[in-house]
Write a protein that binds this ligand. Structure first.
Ligand code: FES
Ligand SMILES: [Fe+2]
Length: 410
């Protein structure tokens, strides 16, 4: 390992200081992560414990998932008044619905009587009725019916409404935020809406979803999905089957650190645009956008791929430190979906390679998790040219879980 004199001395100093700190042995001690804080040319990936520790996972839920905007669904999944979907995210059972006035809301799915789950799956209703003792709630979450409670002293229905959580939309995506003090979704997105406005994502519709649950930490999925380093190895089979001749993808990170990052690949080395494509590109895209597929992360929770003809995105749900559920969505422009050959084309040329990519990625995430649990597992180094987004993401996690103070001398 060759660290610069300055970086190495910083680490030596801070480790010496850490002897005096009662937190030094804690998994949250900043000293443990100094080598991930170095410039990427010198930095080490996160240590294995942050992928397996329950304590670390709980802190991630508290400092990231309960503070940031989280993707819960698409607007077109609840088009009519009374439509709802049940979502579990960051340990919270939620119902995302469209109320009688047409407003999209997110309410708790835990009944305020004895906390039964209020609904499952998706559907349409005018009132939410608990399956246990039939307490009922308006679509705004107000308790409107509580049979058998007449004799309860000082019982006021209005004391038992369902919590509503902040819910905002952008480009057809519905996000929830558990933090009342968080900035608005649009402010949090910085200039992403402007960067991708030509894709007119609000005019797209969901055409396909794949759902997978796998035995790996959520961060392994995020890291894998945002770098192209693994593509020639992990996606060998899909490349050989669907994209013969593709060599490697060219990634050029851009973005706002801590807000979003975009890698772009050349379609000619294509993973996303079928070689014999017949479906049209999105109208109005720039020449650069027509030639590239963009891979974007809006931290922490929107992982989206933008080839010139559609979007795909991954919704991920951490289920403990070592399990993650992934829903991968594919959306096409409404005009494309209306084409006579659409169904045949997507079934023949678009969905099969996507399904294979997902399987290959899911499988490699489990392979990584199996390696990371070993007592001898140690982080190596980042490739400065291939893993910029992984490095940024690792530091994003550290910024939230242990704080942004990177001073080694305190
Ligand atoms: S738990 Fe919902 S009505 Fe009793
Ligand atoms: Fe992949």
């Amino acid at each position: 390992m060759f660290l610069s004199q300055t970086s190495e001395q910083h680490i030596v100093n801070s480790l010496a200081n850490s002897d005096r700190c009662p937190m030094a042995d804690s998994i949250f001690s900043p000293e443990k992560y100094l080598t991930t804080r170095l410039p990427i040319e010198e930095a080490h990936p996160l240590p294995p414990s942050v992928y397996t520790s329950r304590e670390w996972y709980e802190r991630e839920m508290e400092t990231i998932f309960h503070k940031r905007w989280l993707l819960v669904t698409r607007v077109e999944e609840i088009p009519h008044r009374g439509d709802y979907v049940r979502v579990d995210i960051a340990g919270e059972p939620l119902i995302v619905l469209r109320d009688r006035e047409g407003v999209i809301r997110t309410v708790s799915a835990s009944c305020r009587h004895r906390a039964s789950e209020l609904a499952t799956g998706s559907g349409n209703c005018q009132v939410l009725v608990c399956p246990y003792h039939s307490w009922s709630y308006s679509l705004k979450g107000e308790l409107i019916g509580a049979p058998g409670m007449e004799e309860a002293l000082n019982f006021k229905k209005s004391d038992h409404n369902l919590p509503n959580f902040r819910t905002e939309t952008w480009a057809g995506f519905v996000f929830v935020n558990f933090d009342d003090n968080a900035a608005s979704l649009l402010d949090s997105l910085a200039n992403l809406p402007e960067r991708f406005k030509d894709y007119k994502m609000e005019d797209m519709r969901v055409t396909k979803k794949w759902e997978n649950r796998f035995n790996a930490n959520w961060k392994i999925w995020v890291e894998n999905s945002r770098e192209g380093y693994h593509v020639p190895t992990v996606h060998r089979e899909s490349l050989d089957t669907y994209y013969p001749g593709a060599k490697s993808t060219v990634f050029q990170p851009e973005g706002v650190p801590g807000v979003y990052a975009i890698n772009s690949s050349d379609n000619e080395n294509g993973l996303y645009v079928p070689r014999n494509k017949t479906l049209p590109f999105i109208e109005g895209l720039s020449e650069q956008d027509r030639e590239r597929t963009h891979f974007m992360v809006f931290y922490p929770h929107l992982l989206m791929n933008l080839p010139p003809d559609r979007i795909t995105f991954h919704q991920y749900f951490p289920e403990g430190p070592e399990w993650t559920r992934i829903v991968t969505w594919c959306c096409f422009p409404e005009k494309t979906i209306a084409l006579e050959n659409f169904e045949q084309e997507v079934e023949d040329k678009y969905y099969p390679p996507m399904a294979l990519f997902i399987k290959e990625d899911k499988d490699i995430c489990e392979v990584v998790q199996r390696g990371i649990v070993g007592r001898s597992a140690r982080p190596g180094r980042y490739s400065p040219t291939q893993e910029q987004t992984v490095y940024e993401f690792s530091n994003y996690v550290l910024d939230h879980v242990i704080g942004t103070d990177k001073s080694e001398d305190t």
